[in-house]
Design a protein around this ligand. Structure first.
Ligand code: NAD
Length: 318
């Protein structure tokens, strides 16, 4: 399993101007892959790939994954696609039909082009939300799938299309279910993750709002570990046709997270409680045995250390 297999290969990253996609683009360019980032900029930022803009191994295409115009040219000769573009949870709640269009139809569109152009690997970003409220712990990949959000349903539809292309046409696909990814460049507005929102609020001295009592457990994963999983999945024979929980196993309650962030930032921010969110999930204890054993991933264990690293990035804006 050597990431060098990606060297000089044309690879497509959808959602490349987003949080996770931009980290993926950065690492792929570092290992000399020729990266095409497709993003419609609905939630992405040019600044996320600022360091890559003059790199000959990086090309940005402003385009929706649902658009077919010009897609043939982009897919021609591509070795792998890392499909990370998505209509995310908060958007889905406001516009459930958009998530169906982007997360299901968008995936289907990319799968069709991957099949047509004989792309070697299709690495699909899914989500722990496909499980819904977990009932078996630790939750492995064969836990029942029972999403409780529009987002989860649309991402599950995306997964199902991926499976169909693997079963019917032998497309070499891998599904990665992400959970609570955190790290530099994560959006800290209403569409962001709890870590980035709390870090920014603590730095700004504004209240850290916890929805509910804060005892809900989240399973956080450092973005750079997730990038390693994606790269391994794109080269490992074992990963073909598989689904993996892409999760570090770090479990922290939202309340503990808020308290610690206030502490490490020395913030005067208050911790306040708001109404519990509809469809919010209380407890995560997700197994990473399969991804660790089969892909040899060693996860970052120092959650608070990586948090300090993310914090130093956010401080630049203050
Ligand atoms: N961040 C997490 O904790 C987390 C957890 C589970 C799953 N995921 C999945 O990871 C992937 C990346 O998420 P992220 O956190 O980086 O989100 P993000 O919003 O930062 O990135 C998503 C990117 O997709 C782009 N996009 C949206 N619709 C598009 C379209 N129709 N065509 C092209 N581009 C489009 C956006 O502009 C954005 O740049 C998504 O598939 C998401 O469902 C993320």
């Amino acid at each position: 399993m050597n990431n060098n297999k990606l060297e000089n290969k044309k690879v497509i990253v959808t959602g490349g101007a987003g949080f996770i996609g931009s980290h993926l683009c950065e690492e792929l360019v570092k290992i000399n892959a020729n990266v095409i980032s497709i993003d419609d900029m609905s939630a992405g930022h040019q600044s996320n790939t600022e360091l890559l803009k003059n790199n000959n191994n990086f090309k940005f295409v402003n385009k929706s994954v649902t658009d077919t115009n010009g897609m043939d040219e982009l897919f021609d000769g591509a070795y792998a696609i890392f499909h990370n573009a998505a209509s995310k949870k908060n958007i889905c709640d406001k516009d459930p039909k958009k998530d169906l269009n982007v997360n299901a139809e968008g995936a289907l569109n990319l799968l069709e082009y991957s099949k047509k152009h004989k792309v070697e690997r299709f690495i699909h970003a899914s989500t722990g939300s496909v499980y819904g409220e977990p009932s078996i712990f630790p939750s492995t990949e064969d836990h029942p799938l029972s999403p409780v959000s529009y987002y989860g349903v649309s991402k599950l539809a995306g997964e199902r299309y991926v499976d169909v292309f693997n079963h019917l046409y032998g497309l070499k696909t891998t599904i990665l279910r992400y959970f609570h990814i955190y790290g530099p460049r994560q959006e800290s507005n209403e569409f962001g993750g709890v870590v980035s929102i709390f870090l920014r609020n603590a730095l700004a001295g504004t209240p850290l709002v916890i929805f509910g009592d804060g005892k809900q457990i989240r399973s956080f994963t450092w973005v750079k570990d997730l990038v390693s999983i994606n790269l391994k999945a794109a080269v490992a024979d074992e990963a073909v046709g598989q689904v993996y929980n892409a999760v570090s196993g770090i479990q922290i309650s939202v309340l503990d997270l808020a308290k610690k962030i206030v502490e490490i930032t020395g913030s005067k921010s208050e911790i306040v409680h708001g109404e519990r969110l509809l469809g919010d999930i209380d407890y995560f204890d997700v197994s990473n045995q399969k991804v660790s054993n089969e892909l040899g991933i060693e996860f970052e264990k120092d959650f608070w250390g990586t948090l300090e690293c993310a914090l130093s990035e956010y401080k630049k804006d203050f």
